[in-house]
Design a protein around this ligand. Structure first.
Ligand SMILES: O=C(O)CCC(=O)C(=O)O
Ligand SMILES: [Fe+2]
Length: 198
């Protein structure tokens, strides 16, 4: 992540509420993170993702069908490099945009073929701490015919589809951006995260 890439990212976030950075992290690190996600899935560490919060939380596969595991520091050298990079990005966002972001929470997500996440925004009604959403994709050799786009529903414009290509990073404003994940023909892996204010 060069200074120029960070500048473009923050400029795009201000100008249009989202940004796309190809090759955000090196290919060998992305391959290691992808292998780690598959290994976690194989040992049963990923669990069906829930929607909602607190007492209203429930697994609803008609709304979202991914399997997730939250990350913690110290789990692997690869996830630690990712967490450290997102920490640097958090500082950069704060310096450029004065967002007061104090935390970053993130999970692996695996969408089995055919699963999806219906249109939503990432901020909860009863908790407005999520300010910026991030998705880092871990899928080698992804082709448009595999489906699985992240569809951003931009205000007053046609929707924007982003394919989940290995190493690419999408950032958007958590409260404003209506978005959905379209079904794919192959497993779709990512690290999804949220920069939060206190
Ligand atoms: O994987 C993606 O492209 C987006 C995931 C998402 O919208 C979410 O987890 O809230
Ligand atoms: Fe989302």
């Amino acid at each position: 992540m060069t200074d120029a890439a960070v500048a473009t990212l923050t400029d795009d976030l201000v100008a249009r509420g989202w940004s796309y950075t190809p090759d955000f992290l090196p290919a060998d690190l992305i391959a290691a993170l992808s292998a780690e996600c598959y290994a976690r899935a194989e040992r049963g560490a990923l669990a069906p993702a829930a929607v909602g919060r607190g007492a209203g939380q429930a697994v609803r596969e008609n709304i979202r069908g991914d399997q997730i595991q939250w990350l913690e520091g110290g789990q692997s050298p690869f996830t630690d490099v990712y967490l450290k990079t997102m920490g640097k990005l958090r500082h950069a966002l704060n310096q450029a945009l004065y967002l007061g972001l104090e935390e970053f929470e993130t999970h692996f997500a695996l969408y089995p073929p055919g699963t999806f996440y219906q249109q939503h925004v990432d901020r909860f009604n009863d908790d407005d701490r999520r300010v910026v959403s991030s998705v880092l994709y871990l899928n080698q050799d992804w082709l448009p015919q595999h489906g699985g786009a992240l569809r951003l529903h931009l205000k007053g414009q046609p929707p924007q589809d982003v394919y989940p290509l290995a190493g690419s990073l999408v950032i958007f404003l958590s409260s404003d951006m209506l978005h959905e994940v379209l079904p794919a023909t192959r497993p779709r892996l990512s690290l999804t995260g949220w920069f939060k204010r206190r």
